[in-house]
Unconditional design. Sequence first.
Length: 52
Amino acid sequence: MSAVWTIAVFTLREAIGSRFPWLVMLAAAAALGLASFAGALALTESEHITLA
């Protein structure tokens, strides 16, 4: 079990030291922005259809 724990700790250290956390945050921000845009587009389209 000690070898597995050591590998896990070093893998976590390497992930934190690399750009992986920044990539995750960038992907999350892009997903939130895209979801917000899609929500606004759907609201605009539904108002347009309702007025027509």
